[in-house]
Design a protein around this ligand. Structure first.
Ligand code: ATP
Ligand code: MG
Length: 434
């Protein structure tokens, strides 16, 4: 077990590779401003971890002894966000620096207040965690040792209270404190352990890994909206295949995608299809090509959709209706677990519906489909189905050749602007990419 009572190891500038050159100007600005007002300010979390590993951080988190209100008062371009865990977002153009106030131990919380700083439910889950503390106490409240390394832009040293550097060297994800207690406080930490193990290609330390399968069911208590955010981080970061395999291994998948997890036990073809979708997403990310969660979600839910469709067909429903009904019903069930926004469920369904349209050889009529906005995704999906062993009587080849015969027909690729919840209201013509 890792405890915070150790003294910090202080690593001087000439003994570590973290350089200001590789830290965003915005993060440096935030830290120097805080320091100029007499506050402590450190870079922490993924940025320090990734810089020590020689990687490129995707964002920069700052930890400070200033309260959220004090931080907010210092930066006009800032907002206090979160209730469960209050932090400050400081915005510089498109970049957001997340500033968190040092957290402290819960036993020092004043809890006779109307709004207690810490609240837990009966299973030990933290509903709120806003007790502030010192730098050393903050380290102990973080999730994994490799995420609890601090870099000071005042003295250029790295501070390590929990042997995070040792774990970086051993390439191990190790939770801080008692694993079971920390997972009960926040079950999402189980998903984070998997995510970092997949991303960094690290092992999960034995005592950190052991309690996961038995506590996996606690994910059911996490709000569906938070799980959607986590799902994006799990599958859209370039390591989806390994992540998916670990989620299965640790019995977490059945609490995220229960109908899918059930099918996977029965059908190696279903496993092959989903793994192929994950692999292709990872390859696209590595090649800097655009990816959408709709495609991965379409693949994840396809096996149970097909199963239910067959069942409905056996009961006399015709195929298109059975597919639509199966899709709708699986999706409704899935939304209880993960709140997939409409802008992704709509294209998912189109990919599914399109499978039937692609299943007919259409002669000249087929060329019309080539221009459809969803054609590319649906065609890629069809190829994955064939790759995973489904016998589609050469359909993939048929559509490949049809496209080769008609290079002049290009699918409508205008960006859909997935971040825009009401795309129809903004019918501005945009320049096409490429
Ligand atoms: P990424 O590369 O994905 O940004 P990260 O380690 O920076 O990885 P964030 O989600 O950005 O992860 O969180 C920043 C830091 O906040 C983490 O490194 C960790 O120290 C702390 N943290 C985040 N989530 C939790 C949590 N659920 N419990 C404890 N500490 C957490
Ligand atoms: Mg981060």
């Amino acid at each position: 077990m890792t405890s915070a009572s150790q003294v910090a190891t202080q690593i001087p500038r000439d003994a570590h590779p973290v350089s200001r050159k590789n830290i965003s100007d915005s993060a440096l600005k935030v830290m120097s401003r805080l320091a100029s007002q007499g506050f402590q300010a450190y870079l922490v979390g993924g940025a320090v971890r990734d810089l020590l590993l020689g990687g490129h951080p995707k964002d920069f988190d700052v930890a400070t002894d200033a309260t959220p209100e004090e931080v907010h008062a210092l930066f006009r371009n800032s907002r206090i966000i979160g209730r469960r865990f209050r932090i400050v977002h400081v915005r510089f153009g498109r970049e957001i620096i997340e500033v968190t106030t040092f957290r402290g131990p819960h036993d020092e919380a004043e809890d006779d207040d109307d709004k207690p700083a810490v609240r837990t439910n009966d299973s030990g889950m933290l509903l709120r965690d806003n007790v502030y503390g010192s730098l050393e106490e903050d380290a102990a409240r973080r999730d994994f040792t490799v995420n609890a390394l601090y870099y000071s832009s005042a003295d250029f040293c790295v501070y390590d209270y929990l042997d995070g550097l040792g774990d970086l060297e051993r390439r191990e994800i190790r939770i801080i404190g008692d694993a079971e207690k920390r997972y009960r406080e926040d079950p999402v930490r189980m998903l984070r352990a998997i995510r970092f193990a997949a991303k960094l290609d690290f092992q999960i330390a034995q005592s950190t890994a052991a309690p996961i399968p038995a506590l996996a069911h606690m994910l059911e208590a996490i709000p569906a909206a938070r799980l959607f955010d986590e799902m994006l981080k799990l599958f859209m970061a370039g390591y989806a295949l390994r992540t998916f395999q670990l989620l299965r291994e640790y019995k977490l998948l059945e609490h995220l995608f229960p109908a899918t997890a059930g099918e996977l036990e029965e059908s190696p073809q279903a496993v092959a299809l989903i793994e192929a979708a994950m692999r292709s997403t990872d390859e696209r990310i590595a090649a800097d090509k655009p990816v959408t969660p709709a495609f991965i979600l379409a693949a994840l839910l396809w096996p149970p959709v097909v199963e239910l469709r067959k069942h409905l067909e056996d009961n006399g429903m015709d195929t298109p209706e059975a597919l639509a009904e199966a899709g709708q019903s699986l999706l409704m069930e899935q939304l209880h677990h993960i709140a997939i926004p409409r802008r992704f469920t709509a294209p998912m369904r189109e990919i599914w519906d399109f499978q039937l349209r692609l299943q007919k050889r259409r002669g000249r009529g087929g060329t019309k489909l080539l221009a459809h906005r969803r054609f590319r995704a649906a065609y890629d999906f069809l190829l994955l189905r064939e790759q995973s062993g489904e016998d589609l009587d050469g359909l993939g080849k048929y559509w490949t050749e049809l496209q080769e015969q008609h290079p002049e027909i290009q699918p409508d690729t205008r960006p859909e602007d997935e971040a825009n919840p009401r795309p129809r209201k903004r019918r501005r013509r945009r320049k096409r990419p490429q």
